[in-house]
Design a protein around this ligand. Sequence first.
Ligand code: ZN
Ligand code: ZN
Length: 322
Amino acid sequence: MRASIEVADIFRTAGPAYRAAHAGHLSLAELKLMSAIEHCRTAALGGHVEACEACGQWRIAYNSCRNRHCPKCQGAAARTWLAARKAELLPVGYFHVVFTLPAEVAVIAFQNKAAVYDLLFKAASETMLTIAADPKHLGARIGITAVLHTWGSAMTHHPHVHMIVPGGGISPDGSRWISSRPAFLLPVRVLGKLFRRLFLTRLVALHDAGRLSFFGSMAHLTDRRAFLRHLAPVRKKRWVIYAKAPFAGPEAVLAYLSRYTHRVAISNSRLIRFDESGVTFRYKDYRHEGADRQQLMTLATDEFIRRFLLHVLPKGFHRIRH
Ligand SMILES: [Zn+2]
Ligand SMILES: [Zn+2]
């Protein structure tokens, strides 16, 4: 069996060189995350001695960093969250819906994380609520749990929102439950169109209000005409919404959901090798079908750390919303 590698090993070994190489270009949040991962469950964070009163055997338990981007701290956070959600589940089927931003918009989001990730959440949930309330479709008020992911399979920037939605909702007068059809919640093409319209209208409004900023190769987007030109292709493109039929039961929904809610850009279990050539990890290549999807990728260690840090969220930003 191979020795297991953790993101923490990579940061502890290569973090100091990374900080030196990128001095002056790292944000406070990025520096904090690096330090948290490097020190999580080591003597640096302190700890306590756990001893058995009967046999006297003891061990040292070091404190964890609790940073929400730390791969080691996610297991415990997921269990706590899961226990709290159990009480809220309804005895109905749940659908899984995913809203993704096109690449042209994702680059804008990257330089304006708080404003555009927030817009992604709001436009996606308003789209769902509006189409669900329409009597032509479900005609009911639905509940949504949504979680933001900012990464694709190879840790690149790929912002999307996962939603768990019950297969039905409350009637407009509040008197009864309206069920969706068993394998169909809402038409994805209709959702895609409304989502595109809501999102783009508000994105332009944010720009007009001076709430977006651009730097580096994107500095020219500060100009309104250049900004509108940049968005022109995505106005015509189809915005793909993915919707999957219900889970087997409430337990399955929760298990599934907790895998999504408390994920970070990469889990320790996907790491294969860390040596002079860099970091090798498993990822899914969606251009392939079936078993061929699982591929290995090796990134230079500097690039691995850079990609990991792409996904630091602004302080106080809620990545799970109800
Ligand atoms: Zn930690
Ligand atoms: Zn995701």
